[in-house]
Design a protein around this ligand. Structure first.
Ligand code: DLL
Length: 432
């Protein structure tokens, strides 16, 4: 089922026409309603008449996270506060948090794009969904909630945490769909097994997982653990929250709803567009938002883009799974390292668990990369020699992918902290 077939299967020229009209209107609106953007457009020397088609977007200035922080809390809103119905906050590690505001029209749009995502994932009206993303300032819980209502699902608004209770609810209510972070899905499966429950025997058929990077190998692991189809959903608070893009059953990239969220993929250094299939930073313009539309927002997420029509019939471009973030990427002795690269390797090795942490430190001026890996119970041995050999093997396999030396430390099952939300994979002691 396609939620909004007319839009999602629109031919590419008609789509470009729609995007062009929307971009022109957006620039006009900025000039009338947003002092911050009026100034930005002026600084970039852009007059309203300069923007005629979507291709002209490249003449427009970028927006970065600092623009939101500098105008904390509400300065970047285009709508007057009396029209703002809901506010969310995304926690940052430094400085002011990022605040986002939605008018009623924006909440309706949000419900729509999530209904489109849920359909893409295979949900049908009448299905029951257990939402285990956090409800509150984080956009995951409420976003999925609004979209599920829009599609006509029955919602169990569990929020994250209280895992035992979640599992009981799952057993008793029998939802078909689970929505949470991939790391929490794994943790729930582990907790289920500990409680004597077989996660493969539950009523679940579909998982809608996102909010953090997860590799293809992690997908396989989750699908095996739960006996479900695991679908990747992407989004960020600044643009709307979850529902910017989502995979369909073909799992060949995430459909980005480009009639409302116009995507570009650029080289983060030169700012030039990269070719389809090449990695770059995803930049998004929210074409139709009212409360807090953003122009060419630099997400810092690294993806590739594919403009070909998908086998499912949707014509929207597809982005790859997020490989990592430009700021999550750690540079170790000059080499770019993404946690998902290490995750892929670990999940291929029998005996390791998908629970890991990466510690970067500096010893005598040299960066040291250490990977803490949990061993499966059955692989843990009293024989130190066997464990050491295993560590060396894991280290070699990671080194083959990263081209730098790593230390691997095997740790006992359940040593690494489990996450109910976004997992913390990297501890960079160099900056402490
Ligand atoms: O994480 C929104 C969301 C909620 C998406 C629930 C999907 C499901 P923020 O807290 O603002 O919003 O974090 C946004 O999380 O820029 C990415 O770096 C990362 N992220 C989100 N979805 C994915 C995904 C929500 N599917 C930031 N794969 C984004 C990889 C993701 N990273």
């Amino acid at each position: 089922m396609i939620f909004n077939k007319e839009i999602e299967c629109l031919d590419v020229e008609a789509l470009a026409q729609l995007q062009s009209e929307r971009l022109c209107r957006l620039v006009d609106d900025f000039n009338q309603k947003s002092p911050v953007y009026r100034q930005k457009l002026q600084d970039a020397g852009v007059a309203s008449g300069d923007i005629r088609t979507i291709k002209d977007i490249r003449k427009l200035p970028f927006t970065i996270k600092e623009d939101l922080r500098d105008n904390y809390p509400f300065g970047i809103f285009s709508a007057p506060m009396k029209d703002v119905r809901e506010i969310h906050v995304s926690s940052g590690t430094t400085g002011n948090p990022t605040v986002v505001g939605y008018t009623q029209e924006d909440i309706d749009l949000w419900a729509d794009v999530i209904a489109r995502s849920l359909c893409c994932a295979g949900a049908m009206p009448g299905d029951m969904i257990q939402i285990a993303y956090g409800y509150g300032l984080f956009t995951g819980g409420l976003g999925l909630h609004y979209g599920s209502l829009r599609l006509g699902l029955t919602v169990i608004p569990c929020s994250s945490g209280q895992t035992k209770r979640q599992l009981k609810i799952m057993q008793d209510f029998k939802p078909r769909i689970l929505a949470c972070t991939p790391s929490y899905a794994l943790y729930m499966a582990e907790a289920a097994r500990e409680a004597g429950m077989d996660p493969r025997e539950t009523s679940l058929q579909i998982g809608i997982f996102g909010a953090e990077p997860w590799s293809v190998a992690m997908r396989r692991e989750i699908e095996k653990s739960w006996g479900i189809s695991a679908i990747d959903i992407y989004g960020l608070s600044e643009i709307i929250g979850p529902g910017v893009a989502c995979e369909c059953g073909h799992k060949d990239g995430l459909h980005i709803y480009s009639d409302v969220f116009y995507p570009e993929v650029i080289d983060p250094v030169t700012h030039k567009p990269v070719d389809p299939g090449q990695r770059g930073e995803l930049v998004i313009t929210s074409l139709t938002k009212i409360g807090m539309p953003l122009l060419r927002y630099r997400t810092r997420d690294i993806v590739t883009i594919n403009h070909e029509t998908c086998a499912c019939g949707r014509t929207s471009p597809r982005i790859s799974k997020v490989l990592g973030r430009t700021d999550d990427m750690i540079v170790v002795r000059g080499i770019n390292v993404f946690p998902t690269q290490i995750e892929e390797v670990l999940l291929k090795i029998e005996g390791t668990q998908p629970h890991y942490q990466i510690i970067v430190s500096r010893e005598k001026g040299l960066d040291v990369l250490e990977v803490l890996v949990e061993l499966q119970e059955s692989f843990f041995s009293d024989e130190v020699k066997r464990l050491q050999e295993f560590e060396v093997r894991v280290a070699k396999e990671i080194e083959a992918v990263l081209s730098i030396g790593v230390k691997v430390r095997l740790v006992e099952p359940k040593t690494i902290e489990r996450s109910e939300g976004k997992a913390k994979r990297i501890i960079d002691k160099r900056s402490l």
